[in-house]
Ligand binder design. Structure first.
Ligand code: 0A1
Ligand code: ZN
Length: 884
């Protein structure tokens, strides 16, 4: 199982198998070319005889002509590296068939036919983890987006909905548990120690939602009674030994089911809901109908192995996949260009759920932080695309922060403009109107117009224009009228030079400097290039708080005095705006400092202002620790780089770390006091305890920047006394950035403790790969040779290399060594797992925004990858787009 091309591929279709691995200039698919499929497939019957190395699949498809499509004498059944064993039409020979590339094209003379197709697979050799593959002795499937065609020949497109019945036959001792979508309708034993199960899913679905799992699994079981009084059996299937780590996932699932009924009126629609955890998985999780398959990382959690952040991530991903049952499954996508229809909406739904489960402002800040550090750079680079792209070569490359997170922001804007009640009327109408259909983004917008009563004519531009709008703000006072002048500019992105102004909803408040209060919030909409807003009745010029709650995914450039930012950082009653003011204060200073030429006194003055603001935050008793923690986090390197036309990651790192050290010294006693208080707080999973752990680690990181020796003592003590992974990881992160025995000892101790726990061991790799240690490049090279490192497991690869790809002194080392390492990784991983390999291209794709020396080094590596003889479609597309 060394390469993507297996012997089975070659036997099945020699010419095309070769094309599959050498797709120089794979074709581009255009949104405009959409046409409905000529055939309907009302029912699909699948029979699997499972074996790790040899699985036989018999697919029986009832097909009939689609009255709403142009007629065709043939049916195109997609395939990808499949070995065809036999093909029958209506129980006999077909009139004609041919291979077209990897696809099977069959001539069908009549109105209705039954096709029977037998294929043979080698799941053990499937290292791409798409289609049917083996993971840890079990078998499982991943079909989104185009994995079903690696199982059988089928119209593998989301607008072909079919009702599936699945029979699984397998050796009972090897695969005691057999699962597929829907409800189980039969099971039994047969000869030769085989057993079987039949599953029927009554809901028509596209092939990407098909799933099958077989393995030696155990379940945590529970049940949920829906609002309609239907009892649903819930089960979370894991390997024996992981069961005690599934309680949080199960509680999260029940909370999600209840919340979706209450907030969106959505009820579950099958008798069972199964979740399976697998350790080899390309993404986070998958919403297959009634049988969600999860990366173990988003199911398993207990205090010893998962951080507080991991607990939240499990809750969020469980909710996300569950919510897809309506936003994605009951209403699916017409074609993959509409991906944001299900993903943007579902991300918004999971964000709102998590806001309700914990601290809403903290969740909002976290979501914006992700948007800014991942999506904004995407939107300003060579891979920028609208949330509804116009073309692609490989759809896997479009599961992006733009489609997901910006997609969520765009629906959130509609919600802000409509208000919660009308927004709900819009979503109710959308679900009613399109239940059972494969819909488009346009359908969603129309339902919002009709149901929520919004006019979204101009708003539709958000679906078609890429790039993060920049809003410039100036304020003034004329007589007693406060004036706010706003203008917008949307930067050019690949293929889109000219942009039209979009409606940008901004929640604002005008603060009185004397009283520190405002007279109420307003939602204003900037819908032209430039708009002036006026507000009467002010004696003195108010302080403007803008984009409160981050109502619009834009960058704000405000002409505001440092004193006014400090005022908002201390006084703003909108927690997001308060956070924002502080971030602006720090960002403004760091951008200026990186630009160079700051005198010592100017630098000190700016640092003093930041220290004063942080001191006030440390002392503010009205704040809870989770929020205090957010306010203490300095803007990320990538966000800072984003603020500059060309970035020097080395300089950004120096200035950012320099500020941290300065603040650590200036506020040494405050951070000490905070650390002590937090360290003495009670444990547990309550919000207060979580907050205490968060500020404890943050305080420690400031102390480490200012006084490494003291930090080493505290971190060592924290590590040794830790009874949670949060504390253990927090301490180890600090230690791994320092020199000395404590570092090596505790890293070794962590390894010994968790050597048999893959998820915890992932952290061990990630902590070292993202550390502030000056030798991080050498360390990552050594870790890549570690016996526990493997390119076959995406979690392990991401732990080592994604963590590394974020580091200034590692990835961006001025020698170019970090870039070379990532390029080597891409080339080595591409033949094994192209989807995961392609995800490492975007960090190199930032070259155009780097200072010239690094830009050249990054580009050189992209060119080296591009010149490789056999690139996957995934990597080929990302590399060519990145080169521009
Ligand atoms: N629809 C899933 C994401 C997903 C996409 C592709 C996959 O293939 C490897 C897996 C999962 C979600 O949004 O959760
Ligand atoms: Zn999703």
């Amino acid at each position: 199982m060394d390469i993507a091309l297996t012997p089975a591929d070659a036997e099945g279709n020699p010419e095309m198998a070769d094309a599959a691995v050498q797709p120089h200039s794979p074709p581009t698919i255009f949104r405009e070319d959409y046409a409905p499929f000529a055939w309907l497939v009302p029912t699909t019957r699948l029979e699997f005889v499972l074996g790790l190395e040899n699985t036989r699949v018999t697919a029986t498809l009832d097909v009939e002509r689609n009255p709403d499509a142009d007629p065709s004498p043939t049916i195109r059944l997609n395939g990808d590296g499949l070995k065809l064993i036999s093909l029958e039409c209506d129980g006999g020979e077909c009139e004609g068939h041919m291979m077209d590339g990897d696809d099977l094209v069959v001539t069908l003379p009549g109105e209705k036919h039954t096709l029977t197709i037998v294929t043979e697979l080698d799941p053990g050799a499937n290292s791409q983890l798409m289609g049917l593959y083996a993971s840890n002795g079990m078998l499982c499937t991943q079909c989104e987006a185009e994995g079903f065609r690696r199982i059988t020949f089928f119209p593998d497109r989301p607008d072909v909905l079919s009702t599936y019945t699945v029979r699984i036959d397998a050796p009972e001792d090897q695969f005691p548990i057999l699962l597929a979508n829907g409800n189980r309708t039969g099971s039994g034993k047969s000869e030769d120690r085989m057993h079987w199960s039949v599953w029927h899913d009554p809901w028509p679905k596209p092939s990407y939602l098909f799933a099958l799992v077989a393995g030696d699994l155990v379940a945590r079981k529970d049940s949920f009674t829906t609002m309609g009084g239907k009892e649903v059996d819930l089960a979370i299937w894991v390997r024996d030994g992981d069961l005690q780590r599934t309680e949080h996932a199960m509680e999260s699932l029940k909370r999600s089911m209840e919340w979706d009924e209450k907030v969106f009126g959505r009820e579950y629609d099958l008798d069972v809901f199964n979740i399976v955890a697998v350790s080899d998985f390309n993404m986070g999780a998958m919403e297959n109908k009634g049988l969600n398959v999860f990366n173990t990382k988003y199911v398993l959690a207990d205090a010893d192995t998962a951080t507080d952040g991991d607990f939240d991530a499990v809750e969020g991903v469980i909710a996300h996949e569950y919510f897809h049952n309506w936003s994605g499954n009951r209403v699916t996508c017409r074609d993959w260009f509409q991906l944001s229809l299900k993903e943007g909406f579902t991300v918004l739904r999971d964000q709102l759920f998590s806001q309700d489960m914990g601290s809403a402002p903290v969740k909002r800040i976290e979501d914006v932080r992700i948007l800014r550090s991942v999506q904004f750079p995407e939107d300003s680079g060579p891979l920028a695309h609208p949330i509804r792209p116009d073309s692609y070569r490989e759809i896997s490359n479009f599961y992006t922060a733009t489609v997901y997170n910006k997609g969520a922001e765009i629906i959130r804007m509609m919600r802000s403009m409509a208000g919660e009640t009308r927004f709900r009327e819009g979503t109710d109408l959308y679900f009613d109107r399109h239940d059972g259909e494969a819909a488009t983004c346009e359908d969603f917008v129309k339902a919002m117009e009709d149901g929520a009563g919004l006019d979204l004519a101009q708003f539709r531009l958000w679906y078609s224009q890429a790039g993060t709008p920049k809003v410039s703000v100036t304020t003034s006072l004329e007589g007693s009228t406060a004036i706010v002048d706003l203008s917008q500019e949307i930067p050019a992105t690949p293929g889109q030079d000219e942009k039209q102004p979009m409606p940008i909803p901004l929640r604002i408040a005008l603060f009185d400097r004397e009283t520190g209060t405002h007279r109420g919030e307003e939602l204003i909409v900037l819908d032209k290039g430039k708009v002036r807003f006026t507000f009467d009745g002010f004696d003195t010029e108010p302080v403007l708080s803008i984009n409160r709650g981050f109502t619009a995914p834009v960058g704000i450039e405000r002409d505001i005095a440092r004193a006014d930012l400090a005022f908002l950082a201390a006084k703003d009653d909108d927690p997001f705006a308060r956070y924002e003011a502080l971030q602006d204060l720090v960002t403004g200073h760091l951008v200026e400092a990186v630009g160079g030429g700051l005198s010592d006194s100017t630098r000190d003055e700016a640092r003093r202002a930041i220290a004063d603001a942080l001191e006030a935050i440390l002392a503010d008793e009205a704040l809870d620790d989770q929020m205090r923690g957010e306010l203490l986090i300095l803007p990320s390197q990538t966000y800072l780089a984003e603020q500059m036309l060309v970035a020097d990651p080395g300089r950004i790192f120096e200035e950012r770390e320099g500020l941290k050290a300065w603040l650590g010294k200036a506020l040494a006693s405050n951070f000490d006091a905070l650390y002590e208080r937090a360290a003495a707080a009670p444990g547990g999973r309550e919000a207060e305890a979580v907050g205490a752990r968060k500020v404890k680690t943050l305080a420690l990181s400031y102390i480490a920047a200012a006084d490494p020796d003291r930090a080493e003592t505290l971190a060592t003590r924290q590590y040794d006394a830790a009874d949670t992974m949060t504390d253990r990881q927090g301490a180890l992160m600090v230690l791994s950035g320092l020199e000395g025995l404590a570092r090596t000892d505790r890293l070794a101790a962590f390894y010994e403790r968790y050597r048999d726990n893959p998820l915890a061991l992932d952290k061990w790799f990630a902590i070292q790969a993202s550390s502030l240690h000056p030798n991080v490049v050498e360390q990552v090279k050594a870790l890549a040779e570690h016996p526990d490192f493997t390119l076959r497991n995406p979690n392990r690869v991401r732990s080592l290399y994604m963590a590394f790809a974020g580091t200034a002194q590692g990835f961006h080392a001025s020698s170019g060594e970090g870039y070379r390492m990532i390029a080597d990784l891409i080339l080595a991983l591409d033949p094994i797992n192209p989807q995961t390999a392609a995800r490492f291209v975007p960090p190199l794709g930032r070259w155009q925004r780097m200072e010239p020396n690094r830009a050249a080094l990054m580009k050189e590596q992209l060119e080296r990858i591009a010149a490789a003889p056999k690139l996957s479609r995934d990597t080929y597309e990302q590399v060519t787009r990145s080169l521009g």
